[in-house]
Design a protein around this ligand. Sequence first.
Ligand SMILES: [Zn+2]
Ligand SMILES: [Zn+2]
Ligand SMILES: [Zn+2]
Length: 147
Amino acid sequence: MAHEVTWAEHTEATLREAGHRSGSGRRAVIEVLGRRGCLMSAHDILDELRAGGRGIGFATVYRALETLNELGLVRRVDPGTGSAAYEPVHPSGEHHHHVVCDRCGDVAPFSDDALERAIHELSRRIGREIEGHEVVLRGSCTACRTR
Ligand SMILES: [Zn+2]
Ligand SMILES: [Zn+2]
Ligand SMILES: [Zn+2]
C-alpha cells in the first residue's frame, strides 16, 4: 500500500526544495497545524505549543506562517472573527469549508460533494476556469442557540 504523503511531510519537502534551512520552531508550527488540519491563528498555535511545554516566541510562529503562506502551503483566511487564521493547503486539492458562529466565533469545518459539483457546473456555465473558491457560512452554533 502506497504511503499517503501528509501535509506536514509535503510541507517539509517543499521548504527544503525552496532552500529553507529547517528550524525546530518552524517544524513545531507545522506539526501543530498539521495535527489540527484546520484554521488556526498565530495565537492558537502559540497557546498549543506553550501548553505542550514548548518555549517559543510569537515572532517565530508568525515568521513560520508567513513563509508557509508565501510558498502556498497554507492559506490565510479571515473567518470574520477578528484575527487572521491559517489553513493547511493540501497538494491534492482536497479541502473543506467553514461555518462560523457570529455570536461566539466558533468555527466548524464541513465538506460537501454537492457544493463542489455545483461550483464545477457553475464554472462551465459562466465560461471561467475556476482556480479556487472560498465559502464561509454564518449561523449560530448549537451552544449559542440553546443559551
Ligand atoms: Zn478548516
Ligand atoms: Zn456560538
Ligand atoms: Zn470547495
